[in-house]
Design a protein around this ligand. Structure first.
Ligand code: SF4
Length: 427
């Protein structure tokens, strides 16, 4: 069977790719060329990468703590509720589950979201086998099961034993959960990173199912003081970037589409945009960023900090961002926190797209409706479908109570006339 990447390289235009291209206003022939070059990937029915809207991923998944407190079914139910919300507001979903019957939980989450699903094989392999007795065959076996359910896979292949020395001196040497499990397996067994050592076997599995490979950002910095630019020689970020870039090229040769994760975690705000531009210049593949958080001290409001960092990253060229919640670093998020996190990420993606592609029609329309004080139309245009706006300005309310009868818009309209300030190109 030829993979989608191989078919576009042969000059074919797969109908599923043509449909996805038209959905984002891209010529199918342009989309095929970009997919062939590795600048764009088709994941499920969504295009991610050059010329596509910035996409939002939502993480959900059961936690071993919630599960061990005897709340296992409630815990799964909550994750399914989060998945439903992700289905309404997100673009893709990642299942991070570590508790319960993981195959069943994954399928329930996938069904509830109805979005392209990513999984992380090391999570399920560790949850089912424990870190101590984990073998590479266990991870391969889990990967096969996950791929059978039409998932894309995150592989933590971008670091080797030799690279661990570069983590010395960091306050938090490694903050990636999948990375920490991979590291534990390496140290206990005295061997190499199994994802790196057996990369071709994983590629074979991905190719067979025509699945997307996501190369994990295992060595991301966990705090601002640990950040070093991928351009700094022998920094963890630089070493991972080089390794992932090489692995991505190998995947492309094997006919597997690739998304590269990078520049996630915590990065000083003055470095974010330059780092993303440099990354994309040297590796123009679809770039997924988790965060980055431009400050460490927004604890309890990390959805806001992440939205600021993600908007900067997206504006500089990142293609795919991740929902971060207010509970980040603190707890498994509630259903409501996940919703707020997705809306925050949606806003960041939109701001990024305004920076990449210019003003959208929605922005022009909102300006007109706001000048008309047409609340219903403003709700309709709102990024979250007007939910928060309706709560603050119920439909029964005819006026905005902020300035009441001293509403500036009303006063100016009274003296200058309705439509005085409206541009001719605003409809
Ligand atoms: S009352 Fe004040 S805040 Fe509300 S719409 Fe009018 S000018 Fe804006």
């Amino acid at each position: 069977m030829r993979t989608l990447l191989e078919r576009v390289r042969e000059g074919k235009v797969p109908p599923v790719l043509a449909r996805a291209a038209r959905a984002v206003g891209m010529e199918p022939s342009v989309a095929c060329r970009r997919v062939a070059d590795g600048r764009l990937v088709l994941f499920g029915d969504r295009l991610i990468g050059e010329g596509a809207p910035t996409r939002v991923n939502v993480n959900v998944g059961t936690s071993s703590v919630a599960d061990s407190s005897g709340q296992s079914e409630r815990c799964v139910e909550d994750e399914v509720k989060k998945a439903r919300i992700a289905g309404e507001l997100g673009d893709t979903i990642t299942d991070l589950s570590m508790a319960g019957d993981l195959d069943e939980v994954r399928r329930r989450i996938h069904r509830a979201a109805g979005l392209p699903l990513t999984t992380i094989p090391i999570y399920q392999a560790v949850a089912e086998n424990g870190i101590g007795s984990l073998e590479v065959d266990d991870i391969l076996e889990v990967a096969k099961r996950q791929l059978h359910d039409a998932c894309s896979l995150v592989l933590h292949a971008g670091f080797t034993r030799e690279m661990l020395a570069a983590l010395k001196g960091r306050t938090m040497p490694m903050v990636s959960k999948g990375g920490s499990m991979t590291l534990a397996h390496m140290i206990q067994g005295g061997g190499e990173n199994p994802f790196y050592e057996h990369f071709d076997e994983f590629l074979g599995l991905l190719r067979r199912e025509d699945a997307v490979l996501v190369l994990g950002n295992t060595l991301r910095s966990g705090c601002l003081v640990d950040w070093s630019s991928p351009r700094a020689k022998r920094s963890p970020e630089a070493l991972e970037f080089e390794l992932n870039r090489g692995l991505a090229a190998r995947a492309s040769v094997a006919g597997v589409q690739v998304v590269v994760e990078g520049l996630g975690g915590h990065i000083p705000p003055s470095s974010i945009m330059a780092a993303v531009r440099a990354f994309k210049r040297e590796c123009p593949r679809p770039l997924f960023v988790a965060g980055p958080l431009p400050t460490d001290i927004a604890v309890g409001y990390d959805h806001v900090a992440a939205a600021i960092g993600s908007a900067m990253a997206a504006g500089a060229g990142a293609d795919y961002i991740c929902c971060i919640t207010a509970a980040e670093h603190l707890a498994l998020p509630t259903v409501e926190e996940v919703k707020e996190g997705i809306v925050s990420a949606r806003i960041a993606a939109h701001v990024g797209d305004l920076m990449k592609y210019g003003l959208s029609e929605e922005e022009r329309m909102m300006a007109v409706e706001r000048s008309r004080r047409n609340w219903e139309a403003q709700f309709y245009l709102a990024l979250d479908g007007g939910t928060a706006a309706r709560r603050r300005h119920p439909p029964t309310q005819t006026e905005c109570t902020m300035c009441g009868r001293f509403c500036a818009l009303q006063i100016v309209e009274q003296y200058l006339g309705a439509g005085h300030g409206q541009r001719e190109d605003a409809h």
